[in-house]
Design a protein around this ligand. Structure first.
Ligand code: NAG
Ligand code: NAG
Length: 140
């Protein structure tokens, strides 16, 4: 599965500053989804978009008037006992290239805020290849 993710992640980096993160956790996806939606609503810089059981969309307003589009996609694992979550964040404009990890922090801060980082089996996976700026990010 890891190989598959890496090969599909590459192409999307081309045009805009982009970050993709994968989280695995031992919590059913419906609980994960509820926690993410609740957290996004509680964070002032995010605006919740369409929500379905498998996809949560939102926009994030950064400093300097930039807006990033953020998605969280949920896929059940292990007979619905676990959840595979993919987060992606894309900057709307070219000029945010080398944004010091803004796109990484957009995703990471939501998950950290939910407290799911303490859930059983929690793993966060990304790297500089899937997530531009990951290596220099300093999330507030
Ligand atoms: C979020 O999902 C929508 C619908 O599939 C897609 O059009 C959009 O490009 C995605 N945005 C990100 C940031 O992945
Ligand atoms: C990134 O960090 C550098 C050094 O701290 C700073 O000068 C620059 O303005 C930052 N860029 C953005 C888009 O925040």
């Amino acid at each position: 599965m890891g190989m598959c993710i890496i090969t599909t992640g590459r192409s999307a980096v081309a045009a805009h500053d982009f970050c993709k993160i994968i989280w695995l956790l031992g919590v059913p996806c419906d609980k994960v989804s509820l926690a993410i939606v609740t957290q996004i609503k509680a964070m002032g810089s995010y605006k919740l978009g369409p929500v379905t059981p498998f996809l949560i969309q939102a926009n994030h307003a950064s400093a300097l008037g930039q807006v990033e589009s953020v998605n969280f996609t949920m896929i059940s694992t292990s007979m619905s006992l676990g959840c595979h979550v993919e987060g992606s964040s894309v900057s709307a404009f070219w000029y945010s290239l080398f944004d010091n990890g803004t796109n990484y922090c957009n995703l990471h801060n939501v998950i950290r805020g939910t407290g799911l980082t303490k859930a059983p089996g929690f793993i966060e996976f990304t790297n500089e290849w899937l997530c531009l700026g990951f290596g220099v990010s300093a999330c507030k």
